[in-house]
Write a protein that binds this ligand. Sequence first.
Ligand code: 5CA
Length: 440
Amino acid sequence: MRLSRYFMPILKENPKEAEIVSHRLMLRTGMIRQQSQGIYSWLPLGKRVLDKVNRIIREEQDRAGAIELLMPTLQSAELWQESGRYDAYGKEMLRIKDRQERPMLYGPTNEEMVTDIFRSTVKSYKSLPLNLYHIQLKFRDEIRPRFGTMRSREFLMKDAYSFDLTREGAEHSYNKMFASYLRTFSRMGLRAIPMRADTAPIGGHLSHEFIILADTGESEVFCHRDFVNFDIPAADTDFDDVAGLKAIFEKWTSVYAATSEMHDEAAFDAIPDGERLSARGIEVGHIFYFGTKYSEAMGAKVQGPDGKEHIVHMGSYGIGPTRLVPAIIEASHDENGIIWPASVAPFDAVLINMKAGDEACDKACDSIYAALAKAGKDVLYDDTDDRAGQKFATADLIGVPVQIIVGPRSVASGEVELKDRKTGHRETMTIEAAINKILG
Ligand code: 5CA
């Protein structure tokens, strides 16, 4: 992508309304724009990161056996009357009427709708286990939307819903999502700690929040330091291995971790001195096992191997992609801007032409750009006539992992400079060596 033809409206000044660094940097870099309170547009640079985040989520959901579909944002109130949540949900739910005066709502979550899909299509235990997910916008009329897309009113959610014949089956489905979440967040450069959580307002018996430790987090959390050293499940984890997944779950829930709502002072105090961690955190995922709460109310049942009808056991599993993007920034930035982990970076590299219009510089840049594009790399080519200093500042601000710096002096000897955004390390090398290094 040539910067001269791209749309990246960078702000010169720090926006005053932003209270935390991720919000400030997302506005500064032109990743997002507020449209009304708690409602945001994702501008091209932000959209690229969001797509990368969603891609990792999809890959890990698919690996764990979940199947993607897409449900609508608007739902009929009838479904929610069936489950009893239409009245219970309160003012957080945006209620609307269509032209026939039929009550509708903008979905804050999809348990009812997916249960409706299930009950009208699945008849036999042979179709189980089943886990359906989508990545779709939600709306919750939060009292205090804040920190940009960290807590917004309209936000993206990956929500998965599992259906099983038995409680044991449902626990395995829960463990699959549990392991999948550890992998998902780790691939984004984050260490998420699963913590026992409150089940309201989804309901149920078993629930974990996945929390990223960050000073600006909204949740107060208490846990054991050991989490920092636990192994993340490998890519070749067998998600059908019931005992293996149970072992992962048990390992990760073997030491104390709780949010303030579930905090047990005595259990926390029992942790030896120096190993207690009391911190703030950002909830990036939340999983629930709620048994037959919705399937019973809405008549979701299958014929079992015994020929009888069985109400199915369900769980739901959420991740907030539009919250994850700022959470990653909170975890990875410095005074010059964002430092994207390569897996979610909007571009693989930024190519800085220090003297656009200079024949030798243009030629070198064109050849580097073409070679990297041909190899499938996403490169942002700064071909504008801005000052070199400004180009460096922009490259640092938007946090692309590698900068390729092409200036008249080095190009004369066939060389360019590579800068690692994270370490600041710079190295001069031939054009060919630079290309090879980026291609890895
Ligand atoms: N139905 C269940 C699981 S699918 C559910 O709705 N869970 S939730 O309420 O915990 O939301 C799931 C995830 O969505 C949260 O962990 C969080 O990452 C994200 N999320 C929730 N509310 C917001 C919000 N206002 N802004 C941004 N992300 C949010």
